[in-house]
Design a protein around this ligand. Sequence first.
Ligand code: A2P
Length: 295
Amino acid sequence: MTLKRDVKLYTGAEMPLFGLGTWKSEPNKVGNAVKIALDAGYRHIDCAYVYENEKEIGEALKSSSIPRKEIFITSKLWNTFHRPDRVNIAINKTLSDLQLDYLDLYLVHWPFSSSPEEGELFPKNTDGSPKADKTVDFKETWKALEALVEQGKVKHIGISNFNERRIKELLSYAKIRPAVLQVELHPYLPQHDLVDFCKKENIHVTAYSPLGSTFEPRILDNTKLNELAKKYNTDPAHIALAWSMQRGITVIPKSTTEERIRGNFEEIVLEDEDMKIVSSIKERHRFCKLFPVFD
Ligand code: A2P
């Protein structure tokens, strides 16, 4: 049974609780993955400038006969484009690569501004640490994103990898509130407090790496998830995805494997006691720590 649902954002617009992730989706595979996903029923594709695969995704979107307004498309502003005059450069490149007139959602990818001087996506200090751009006033970055909403280039703006402290700070001056927070979230990083805070603030949460990506230890090897998979006659990935979705969280599992893309879209519903079993997993791992922003 396919039962994929939508959630209402604070604007009243609907966003699917399930989408296709494209982080780490390789060239010559990602376009096909998007085509298979749309054919399987996905109506939400999560993209980002830094994934360097938006052009191929754009070709796949263009070849689809599904009306644009039926597909929810997210992309993200990369760290080296936080200077207000560079926000337009980034969004124009993303829109042009994706061959779209507008995005449904544009997220600030990290609360970390990097200097664009080197022309690299990941500028580094001499000791190898990420190089910050201290000249950026993030208030001005947000203002530039708000202007994109006013110009019709994006329907919603949001944030990614922000913690509660950083969100509170943003809310203190935002004229247009963030509609969505996208963070790493899975049974090894349940983010209970942050999800509760976002619920109160009417900010919808999206889970990236809902299956733990390719990181070790593999979430999908977890004993409890595997026991539940047997009970529901499914695989551990379905248990992890259902657990997030039943918490009201959007999931964007990445796959370029046809069988998994199609299979992941088949929804299962966990009983309350099994939701509790997944929530009782004690192991904790934050896998994605590219930038020092979690203090
Ligand atoms: P693949 O593209 O080879 O299918 P994330 O947690 O970031 O969404 O990443 C999911 C990872 O798990 C990807 O590397 C993906 O690889 C793999 N994957 C996706 N769906 C499944 C599944 N149903 N079972 C096992 N692995 C999966």
